[in-house]
Design a protein around this ligand. Structure first.
Ligand code: MHO
Length: 211
């Protein structure tokens, strides 16, 4: 399930982390995702006791296949950076280097021109606490037959697997049939599994994400 190529990291907070896990997971060039808590100073946050942390997603991407600008574009388009939320769901960009910081600031200014004042904060990436296993690839985990068929069992499997990242998007209407048909063989899944995923692509196509 793993893809062994050099990756870079990107980290965002954009409200409930289940949807970004689907959106980025199905984006070509994204290799792995994991969801967690970051941005605060309270030690060892958990879902029922987040303290001053925010639901966040950490993305490992292939910089040869997708740019950080493109990831930022997806970030801005898929949440509302103008609405004041509680800390759990606020809008944050965590940069991993100076280049990401600069691009985050530039796109922030563009968004501000378009939308008015933003709540988004741009912060250095610090400790990222992985969320509980049941939050990892949450939409995929709603299909136990599928998870078992592709050999995903432990929480670590859900965090490390490239296939898990992609299917978590497809089973919730992200990516599309064309993209799926082009890549399912490369992902190493058989026709049985592919057919199961196709029924879900059809079911969720165009439905829009809730959380
Ligand atoms: N409505 C969902 C949000 C979960 S999200 C990971 C729930 O309360 O379970 O914040």
């Amino acid at each position: 399930h793993d893809v062994d190529i050099p990756t870079k990291e990107a980290t965002f907070a954009m409200a409930c982390f289940w949807s970004p896990d689907c959106i980025f997971g199905a984006t070509p060039g994204v290799i792995r995702t994991r969801v967690g808590y970051s941005g605060g100073t309270d030690p060892n946050p958990v879902y029922r006791k987040l303290g001053d942390h925010t639901e966040s997603i950490r993305i490992e991407y292939d910089p040869k296949a997708i740019s950080y600008e493109k990831l930022l574009d997806i970030y801005w388009k898929n949440h509302d950076p103008t609405s004041k939320m509680k800390k759990q769901y606020t809008s944050l960009i965590f940069y991993h280097d100076e280049e990401q910081k600069k691009l985050a600031e530039d796109t922030f200014k563009n968004q501000e021109k378009l939308l008015g004042s933003l709540v988004t904060e741009i912060l250095p990436a610090t400790t990222f606490y992985d969320a509980e296993d049941y939050h990892q690839k949450y939409r995929l985990q709603q299909h136990p037959w599928l998870c078992k068929a592709i050999n995903l069992h432990s929480g670590n499997d859900f965090k490390r697997s490239h296939l898990a990242a992609r299917l978590n998007g497809y089973v919730y209407g992200q990516g599309d049939m064309k993209q799926f048909n082009e890549e399912f063989e490369k992902l190493g899944i058989d026709e049985n599994v592919a057919d199961f995923v196709r029924t879900l692509i059809i079911k969720y196509e165009g439905q829009g994400l809730t959380c």
